[in-house]
Write a protein that binds this ligand. Structure first.
Ligand code: COD
Ligand code: ATP
Length: 199
């Protein structure tokens, strides 16, 4: 089963590119969603409480994601603390999902990975292809804000992510999402039709 990793900074257009592929019937894992799922695990909650305190929880004992984000993206050290708690659990759940798709005989799965750092990370190690979606920083911020994110929050998150130069270095294929969503979609589909016929 081919694992197609889609990487890109916040607001770059990963979901838009992913949709082009999943509309073709490809299986898909969004690691942001997996990240939300693991926040409900008791072991994760315990570790987050120890790292960030009681005030990231609501009255039902569930993580308030906006409260955690404010603390976790405040400094590089805080983001490292967050990642230390969440990443091993995200990887564990990811492995189960991948095994499930493989057992179903899926030919390929698209993995949307917003916080990709490098191909040597254990989770990304098995990528068959890394596809980077890029867009200029100001455009990404503008799009994320238009989609409802707070600008300061977006800037803090982007500051904790790798740069587009790093992404270009790590990627096999680069899509520049500086035109319309339809143009991105078409570029992705041209690539996919060529890839599936050869690889
Ligand atoms: C901090 C949390 C609770 C904020 O939740 P929220 O609903 O506001 O954001 P969401 O998870 O939808 O992420 C939106 C975007 O924020 C950015 N982002 C999320 N986590 C991180 C991170 N650890 N480092 C840098 N950027 C991040 C990404 O661009 C992502 O697409 C949540 O992002 C989280 O638990 N993050 C840690 C787990 C993780 O790294 N998830 C990303 C997939 S591997
Ligand atoms: N080429 C484009 N032109 C205009 N708007 C776009 C374009 N591509 C994507 N968008 C819009 O920009 C926003 C961010 O795009 P998308 O959700 O695909 O990015 P993402 O990389 O998945 O972001 P995130 O990291 O926040 O999950 C969305 O509202 C999307 O509809």
């Amino acid at each position: 089963m081919k694992k197609l990793f889609l990487i890109g900074g916040m607001g770059a257009g990963k979901s838009t590119a992913r949709k082009a592929l999943t509309d073709e019937g490809l299986a898909w894992i969004d690691l942001d969603q997996v990240g939300h799922e693991v926040l409900t695990w008791d072991t994760v909650k315990d570790d987050l409480r120890a790292a960030f305190g009681d005030d990231i929880f609501d009255e039902n004992g569930e993580v308030v994601r906006s409260a955690l984000a404010t603390k976790a993206f405040a400094t590089p050290a805080a983001t490292r603390k967050l990642n230390t708690v969440t990443m091993p659990r995200i990887e564990e759940r990811y492995t189960d999902l991948i095994d499930g798709f493989a057992a179903e005989g899926k030919p390929a799965v698209v993995v949307e990975y917003s916080v990709f750092r490098n191909r040597q990370q254990s989770l990304a190690y098995g990528a068959d292809v890394v596809l980077a979606v890029l867009a200029p920083l100001d455009v990404r911020i503008e799009r994320a804000v238009a989609a409802g994110w707070d600008e300061e929050d977006v800037r803090a998150r982007i500051a904790r992510q790798i740069t587009d130069a790093d992404r270009i270095e790590a990627a096999d294929v680069v899509f520049n999402n500086d035109g319309t969503p339809e143009e991105l979609r078409n570029e992705v589909l041209v690539w996919w039709n060529q890839y599936r016929s050869c690889c």
